[in-house]
Design a protein around this ligand. Structure first.
Ligand SMILES: [Zn+2]
Length: 474
């Protein structure tokens, strides 16, 4: 481990970031027409509070290939006919950074979440949770005025998603429900209904069960449906965020994957039939990180740095409790150098290694990839699309990925599909079809993207090119 004094010397101090969040009632729209809309401002983004339930879905690890395979097999009849586009996620292409971006509507450089781990001022690896989020979540602000519900498969996301939710809004973690009777009781009290009376499978799936992600969607949908029926708790702003266990373990062409997407389609069709608008996207895609024989393809960064006497600490921000998923191997790593004089040496050593896509200094990486400079060490390393970055052989337990490693974190996995259950207004359509969509616009699109009078709230404003009439004039 890197020494305390050196770590604090090299760590960049947190810069002051200022965000405004507020709630206001708007009585006129952009054209001066009278409306009774309530608008919330969260981290300088505006959202119109929906007057009927809307659902944002982050389908963990859901790369385009999965959707394409299931749609081609005729298993996604609902989504096949709907508006869709490819959008860009945030870097690194991991779960927490992208979930944090979606629920705050901001980039990692603004919300601080750039992985699962970073090195703190004391030189210790610290897991990033809700306490490390620098700005507010949409639900935190919206729950002061309306009802919100977050349902996540992974417990690690719960503290970020449900941070500062105001009653009666609440967050559910399926992983916690599975293991904790008290948690199940709490949920039942909240919705005034036994779990066994909801139209969900009787047994809650374990986090390492393909059905865990599906259950997450089914549970959220069932709570919503019940609210629509009896009005006890009707969440207006919903976020369902799943786990990527299936995507880590099964490729797009497998029967397991296709059946998974058939079920996703079924739940979304159900939501649509309840009159609920849905936007579905992913936190990241998923790629094979293997050699031709199927064994994991890994570059062990710490081992290489140690062999060349460069005192340093390699942090893998993908590291989390779910080692069966990926063995703590992903396409992104940060390096904290004990002596900054080793900067050039480390760059020159690592850059030519096959499997390393690029090595950047913290400043360049922060600017190019919108990362929080305080939490990325001195060097940022991206792997190529088929290679993972590791510490050294001893650090990783590869038992569960010996016969196939599928993971994410790099450039390749940052482009993801986004599907809308409704036709977006023109400005939003232009943004999405011209490749300017971002997955963290998900709630902007859900709240503002359908109503043509709200086009001024679109994050991207299309400008006509002055060249477009060339050749057309006479
Ligand atoms: Zn993920």
């Amino acid at each position: 481990m890197i020494t305390t004094t050196t770590a604090s010397k090299l760590l960049h101090k947190q810069q002051l970031r200022v965000f405004s969040s507020s709630i206001r009632k708007q009585t006129t729209d952009a054209n001066g027409n009278r409306t009774a809309r309530q608008i919330i401002n969260v981290n300088n983004n505006q959202y119109v509070i929906p007057n009927k339930p809307v659902v944002g879905i982050c389908l963990d690890g859901s790369g385009l290939q999965y959707h394409a395979a299931a749609i081609d097999a005729g298993l996604m009849p609902f989504w096949k006919e709907k508006f869709s586009a490819m959008v860009s996620g945030v870097f690194p292409s991991f779960t927490n950074p992208n979930n944090a971006a979606m629920i705050t509507g901001t980039l990692p450089k603004d919300n601080g979440i750039c992985g699962n781990f970073f090195l703190n001022d004391e030189g210790q690896e610290v897991m990033m949770n809700g306490d490390h989020l620098w700005n507010k979540t949409i639900f935190e602000v919206a729950s002061q005025e309306t009802t919100c519900l977050t349902v996540t498969s992974k417990n690690k996301l719960q503290s970020i998603l449900a941070k500062n939710l105001q009653e009666p809004s609440f967050g559910v973690s399926v992983e916690k429900l599975y293991s904790c009777a008290e948690e199940r009781k709490k949920l039942e009290d909240h919705i005034k209904c036994n779990l066994s009376d909801l139209p969900v499978p009787k047994d809650i799936p374990h986090i390492y069960d393909v059905q865990c992600a599906i259950y997450t969607l089914q549970l959220g949908t069932a709570i919503l449906e019940k609210g629509l029926q009896d009005g006890h708790f009707l969440p207006m702003l919903n976020f369902f965020s799943t786990t990527d266990y299936m995507q880590h373990k099964y490729g797009p062409e497998t029967d397991v994957a296709k059946d998974f997407y058939r079920q996703v389609d079924e739940v979304c069709a159900k939501l649509d039939s309840l009159g609920v608008d849905v936007v579905l996207t992913a936190d990241h895609g998923m790629s094979d990180k293997t050699r031709y024989d199927g064994s994991p393809k890994v570059v062990y960064l710490q081992k290489i740095l140690d062999e060349h006497q460069i005192p340093s600490a390699v942090i893998l921000p993908i590291t989390d409790p779910y080692v069966v998923h990926h063995g703590a191997l992903g396409g992104f790593a940060t390096i904290y150098l004990e002596d900054e004089k080793d900067f050039e040496k480390a760059c020159n050593l690592l850059r030519p290694i096959p499997g390393v896509y690029t090595v950047l200094g913290a400043q360049d990486a922060a600017e190019a990839f919108d990362l929080p400079i305080e939490r990325i060490g001195d060097l940022v390393v991206f792997g190529t699309c088929d290679t993972c970055l590791g510490v050294n052989e001893e650090y990783h337990d590869l038992t569960h990925v010996q016969t196939g490693l599928r993971s994410h974190g790099g450039i390749e996995e940052a482009e993801v599909p986004m599907l809308l259950s409704f036709e977006p207004s023109q400005a939003y359509q232009q943004m999405l079809t011209r490749g300017n969509g971002r997955s963290f616009y998900i709630f902007n699109i859900l709240c503002n993207g359908k109503d043509p009078t709200l086009e001024h709230l679109c994050p991207y404003q299309y400008k006509r090119s002055k060249w477009q009439y060339i050749g057309g004039r006479v």
